[in-house]
Design a protein around this ligand. Structure first.
Ligand SMILES: Cc1cc2nc3c(=O)[nH]c(=O)nc-3n(C[C@H](O)[C@H](O)[C@H](O)COP(=O)(O)OP(=O)(O)OC[C@H]3O[C@@H](n4cnc5c(N)ncnc54)[C@H](O)[C@@H]3O)c2cc1C
Length: 419
C-alpha cells in the first residue's frame, strides 16, 4: 500500500460531494473525470446542492432517528399544518426504509448517530476553510451565526437537544425571546425562546459556491462530461467501467456521489441499501433578504429562512414521497404561511423548488467501498447535512480512494451495516 498510486477515477455526480471529492483527488495528482447529467455551470442546475438552506451546521449532531420525534409523528401527520407530509401513493415503496427507520428510533441508535455525525461535523468547517483559501467567497459566505427559535410546546425535545450538544462540547448560547429579538428585530414574536450558534456560517448562494469549486477543479486539470450514467461495474481488481447510453469509460476506481439518486446503482451492484429521500422545498422572496441578518429556523414548524443573494429563501419541511411524484403546492403554501408568520411584512414569492435529501434510515451517510466491489466507492446519504459535509466528505473519500491511513473511525459509515 505504501507506494500505491491510484491512476484514474470517475466520479458520478457533481453535487457538492462529487465536486469536493474531485477537487481533493486532483490535488493528490490523480486523473479525475466528473460525470453529471446536468452542467453545474448552467442556470438549469437544480439538485439539492443548489436549493438547500445554505447552513454550514457543524453543531447539528442530533438527527431525526429519535424516540421523541417518533412519538410526535402521528400528531404531525394528522395536522394539515405540520412539518411532515406523506405522498400516500409512495408509502408501499418505502416500507423497507420505514422498517429500518423504526429499528433505529431508539436512544442507543440516536446516540450512536450523534457521536459519528459529530466526528465528521466537527471537521467540516476547517475542510471548507481550506477550499475557501482558493476561491473568492466575499459575496458567497457570511459568518454571523445561525439562530433556532421555538415555542414552549416541545420543551422536552429542546432540552434533549441542548443536553446532547453540551455533552459533546458544542458551543451554543441559549436566548430568551427578548434576546432573539435583539439579534433579529423584524421577527414577529410568535416563539418563546431560541439558541444561537455564533460560530456557524451560511451560504448567500450555495450554487455560486459549488460553481467556484467546480471551476477550480477544472482549472487544476479535472475533466467534466455531461451525460446520464446508466450503469457501472467492476471488471477486475484494477478496472471499473462507467456506461452512458452511448459510451463506456474505463477507470481504476469509480465513486458514486449521486445523492438521492444513488440507489439505482447500488441495486445494480447487488447491494440492498435502504436509501430513500426526504423531499424538501424552497421559495424566494426577492429583495427581502435584508429583513434578517442570519438564518432563522422555527423548530416547531420544521422550516427556516436564509438571507441569500436571490432574496430571502424560505426553506424546509420533510415530505416522504420518492423521486418521481410532482411538487406539492400544499407544501409550498405551508412554507409561505410559515415565513409570513415570522415576517408578516413578506408579500409575493418566486421560484418554487422541490429538492431531494438523500437519507438512510439511521441518518449516517455511506462513505467507503462497496462491500462487493472494492474499487467502487460510495459517497452519499448525507440527508439534511450534505451541504455542511461536502468539503469533509471530499477529504475523507479522496483519502479512501488513494488508500491513505486515517485516524478517523470510518466503520460506522460502511454500507456493510445494512447487509
Ligand atoms: C430543502 C433542503 C434544505 C437543505 N438545507 C441544508 C442545509 O442548510 N445545510 C446542509 O448541510 N444541508 C442541507 N440540505 C441537504 C443537502 O442539500 C444535501 O444533503 C446535499 O446537497 C446532497 O449533496 P449530493 O452531492 O450528495 O447530492 P446532489 O446535490 O443531489 O447531487 C447529485 C448529483 O448527481 C447527479 N446525478 C444523479 N443521477 C445521475 C446519473 N444517473 N448520471 C449522471 N448524474 C447523475 C445529479 O444531476 C446531481 O447533480 C438541504 C436539502 C434540502 C432538500
Amino acid at each position: 500500500m505504501e507506494n500505491y498510486k491510484c491512476r484514474s477515477v470517475g466520479i458520478i455526480g457533481s453535487g457538492i460531494q462529487g465536486v469536493c471529492i474531485g477537487y481533493q483527488l486532483i490535488k493528490k495528482g490523480v486523473n479525475v473525470t466528473l460525470f453529471d447529467k446536468n452542467d453545474p455551470l448552467s442556470n438549469n442546475y437544480k439538485p439539492a446542492s443548489y436549493g438547500n438552506a445554505g447552513h454550514f451546521s457543524p453543531y447539528a449532531v442530533l438527527q431525526l432517528n429519535r424516540p421523541d420525534v417518533l412519538n410526535d409523528v402521528p400528531k404531525m401527520l394528522l395536522s394539515s399544518y405540520g412539518p411532515l407530509a406523506l405522498k400516500w401513493n409512495y408509502i408501499p415503496k418505502m416500507l423497507n426504509w420505514i422498517f429500518h427507520y423504526l429499528k433505529n428510533c431508539n436512544k442507543k441508535s440516536m446516540l450512536h448517530t450523534a457521536k459519528y455525525m459529530h466526528q465528521i461535523l466537527n471537521l467540516s468547517k476547517n475542510a471548507y476553510e481550506e477550499i475557501f483559501q482558493e476561491i473568492d467567497t466575499s459575496r458567497l459566505v457570511e459568518k454571523k451565526g445561525i439562530i433556532y427559535v421555538w415555542t414552549n410546546k416541545n420543551l422536552k425535545s429542546r432540552n434533549l437537544e441542548i443536553k446532547i450538544r453540551n455533552d459533546l462540547g458544542i458551543k451554543q448560547k441559549i436566548l430568551n425571546q427578548k434576546q432573539v429579538l435583539e439579534y433579529e428585530p423584524n421577527l414577529n414574536p410568535v416563539f418563546d425562546a431560541g439558541v444561537i450558534f455564533e460560530d456557524a456560517m451560511h451560504a448567500r448562494d450555495p450554487h455560486g459556491i459549488l460553481k467556484e469549486i467546480f471551476k477550480l477543479f477544472l482549472k487544476k486539470g479535472g475533466k467534466f462530461i455531461q451525460t446520464d450514467i446508466k450503469s457501472l461495474k467492476q471488471v477486475n481488481e484494477s478496472e471499473t467501467i462507467v456506461k452512458s447510453e452511448t459510451e463506456d469509460f474505463k477507470f481504476e476506481k469509480t465513486v458514486i456521489a449521486t445523492g438521492a439518486f444513488s440507489k439505482k446503482f447500488t441495486d445494480q451492484l447487488g447491494e440492498k441499501i435502504p436509501l430513500d429521500t426526504e423531499r424538501g422545498y424552497h421559495v424566494h422572496f426577492k429583495n427581502k433578504d435584508n429583513l434578517i441578518s442570519r438564518p432563522v429556523i422555527f423548530l416547531d414548524r420544521g422550516f427556516g429562512m436564509t438571507p441569500m443573494n436571490q432574496g430571502l429563501r424560505a426553506v424546509g419541511t420533510v415530505e416522504l414521497g420518492g423521486l418521481n411524484n410532482p411538487l406539492s403546492k400544499k407544501r409550498i403554501q405551508y412554507i409561505i404561511n410559515c415565513a409570513k408568520e415570522l415576517l408578516p411584512q413578506l408579500d409575493k414569492h418566486d421560484d418554487e423548488w422541490l429538492g431531494f435529501r438523500p437519507t438512510l434510515p439511521d441518518f449516517l451517510p455511506i462513505l467507503g467501498p462497496s462491500s462487493k466491489n472494492k474499487n467502487i466507492i460510495y459517497a452519499f446519504g448525507h440527508q439534511h447535512l450534505g451541504w455542511t459535509l461536502g468539503a469533509i466528505t471530499g477529504k475523507i473519500v479522496s483519502g479512501i480512494v488513494a488508500g491513505e491511513k486515517t485516524n478517523l473511525d470510518l466503520a460506522p459509515y460502511s454500507s456493510k451495516r445494512f447487509n
